[in-house]
Design a protein around this ligand. Sequence first.
Ligand SMILES: [Zn+2]
Ligand SMILES: [Zn+2]
Length: 448
Amino acid sequence: MDLKKQLMLEVAQRILAEKILCDHCLGRQFALLGYGLSNKKRGEIIKNALVLQLIDKLAENETNLRVLTNIALSGNRLARESLERKNQPVPERKENCTICKDLFTKLDFYTKKVLDKLEGEEYTTFLVGAKITPELMEREDNLRAKYQITTGESIKSEFTRELGKRIMSVTGKEPNFDQPEITILVDLQQEKITLQRRSLFIYGRYNKYIRTIPQTKWPCYECNGKGCKSCNFTGKRYQESVEELIAAPVLKITKGTCTRFHGAGREDIDALMLGSGRPFILEIREPKVRTIDLKKIERVINRKARKKVAVSRLAFSSKKQVQTLKQQAEQSQKTYRAKIELEKPKTPNEIRQVVETLKNAVIEQATPSRVLHRRANLNRRKKVFDITIKQLDPIHLLAEITGQGGLYIKELISGDGGRTKPSFSSILECEARCTELDVIKIHYKDFK
Ligand SMILES: [Zn+2]
Ligand SMILES: [Zn+2]
C-alpha cells in the first residue's frame, strides 16, 4: 500500500474512533488525494478497508472495537456482519452523520424541489449554488482542525455537484460555471429554492423622430418616481422615452422583470437621432423566455413606436459588450445638423471665416453651464473634423458638423459665455444660437 493511502487510513481510523461519519463526509476529507472516485465511494472503501484491517485485532486495542462500532452505526453492512460473526454487540440502529446530519440522504428531496421550481423555465445551461448552515460549516471546520486535514473538499461543492449531476440527468441541460442561463440557489436552512436568470442583452440601433422624449426613463422631480399630482401619478417627468418604447414589447415577450438601457451616448431631448441610428444595448433582467425572434420583435417595436422611434440591426449581445459600447461611444465621431440663428446679419465671406477657422480645429471646452449641476467642471479638447455651412438668409444658417466624441455642439455654436473656444459666436463677434440640433450619423462599427 502506498504511503498516501496508509496515511489516509490512519487519519480515518482516528476520526472514526470518536465520530460517526457518513460515506460522503468521510470520503470528502480525502477528496484532494484523487483516485478518481466519488466522495461516497471513497468513504465506503475506506470504511471497508478499516473493517478488514481491524476485525481480527479487537483484542489488541479497545479503540479498534469503537472504530468498528462507529462504522456499523453509520450504516456500513460489512461492519455489522463482521461484528456479528465475531459475536460482538451490533448496534440496533443507524445513527445520523455527526457532520452533515445525513444531508446527503436528502439529495432526492432537493432534486425534486428544484425540478418543480424549474417547471416552465427556459434555459440551456445552469449552475447550482447552496447556502450551507453556519453550524454545518463549523462542524466540518472543527473536524479539519482537530485532525489536521488538508486534503478535504468543501461540503458546499460536494453538495452542489451531486445535486447538479441529478438535475442534469433528469433535464438533460448542461452545467455551466461561467455564464449559466439560470442559477439555482438552495438554502439549506430554510429548505428553499430560488432561481436567478441571467440577463438577456440585445444590441441594436435606434432612430428618434420627435423632439419631445428623452432617451431613458426620467423620474418626476417632485416625487422622485413615487407618483404625485404634478406627474399625474405616473412618477415620470416624460410619459414616454426611447427606452420604454423599445423595452415594452421586449419585456412582454421575454417575461422579464425590468430592463436597463445602455446607449452609446445620448442626444438631447429636443434633438432627433437620424441616419443609421445610435447603437444601444437593452438588458432584460430575469427573462423567463430566451428564445426570441429578433426580426419579429423589431417589427413589433417599429409598429408600436411608429413615427416616434425605430430600431434596426437587432442582435443578441452580452454584458461584456455593454462595456465596449460605452468605451467606443466616447471615441466615435458624430455628425450633426444644426439650425443656427444669428443676432446680426452676416455676409457669406464672414460665414466662410467660420468654416476656415473651425475645420480641423481643436476646441477648448469647459463643461457646459447647462449640465454643470450634474457633471463635474472639466476642461476638454475636442476636434472638429469637418464642417459645412449653408447660409439660408443673413441671420439663418444650416451647418453640418463632424466632431470627435464628446464635443458639445450647442456650445460650439453659442460659445457658452466664453466656456467654449473658439465658437461661432466668437468668430462672428455676435451671438449665435442653435435652434435645432439633430444627430445624423454616429461613426460606429456594429459588433460582429
Ligand atoms: Zn455526512
Ligand atoms: Zn411626481
